[in-house]
Structure formats: structure tokens, C-alpha cells
Design a protein around this ligand. Sequence first.
Ligand SMILES: [Zn+2]
Length: 97
Amino acid sequence: MKCTDCNKRVATQFQPYTLCDGCWAERFSKQYINGKSIPFKKLFQENLEKRGLWIKDGESRDSWNERCALKGKKSKLLNGSKISESEGKETSTVGTG
Ligand SMILES: [Zn+2]
């Protein structure tokens, strides 16, 4: 069964309409922050922009994906254990201190 909004992707949501994940998120997914109901995708975009990770003018999707993946690999928050480039030994942010 196809999504009734985009009529392209397979529907994965059946209440209140037959929608794919993307179209369902477009219509209904919201976060309540600082007294406002903000569409999830807008909030996600703003968070990426704050981190300098939103797609740049003229940047290809592949290049953008690569940039985000690289940032994720370098992040201590997203990557609990990693090889430290400066020290050359394995470090961990889990259970230290
Ligand atoms: Zn759709």
C-alpha cells in the first residue's frame, strides 16, 4: 500500500491516514519545547545548523552525509570509545573519572 500524500513510498503508518514515515513526520511529529509545539524536522534542522552540520548551498547530499558521518566519528558523545589521534591509544568516555 502506498502513501496517500506522496504516492511514492510504501505506507508504514495507518492512523489517522495511510502515510509513509516521512509524510507522517511532516504532518504530525512535533516536540513541545519552551512552551511551543515545534515540528520535529524544523527542530532537527535548527540543531544541525547550530552545530554547523546543515547542508551548505551547492553541497551535494553525498558530501553532506560524509561531513556529518565524520563529525559523528569524532564526537565523544556519539562515539563512546575511540582511538585518540593525538595520543595514539584507545580512550573511553564511558566509566572514566
Ligand atoms: Zn509519503
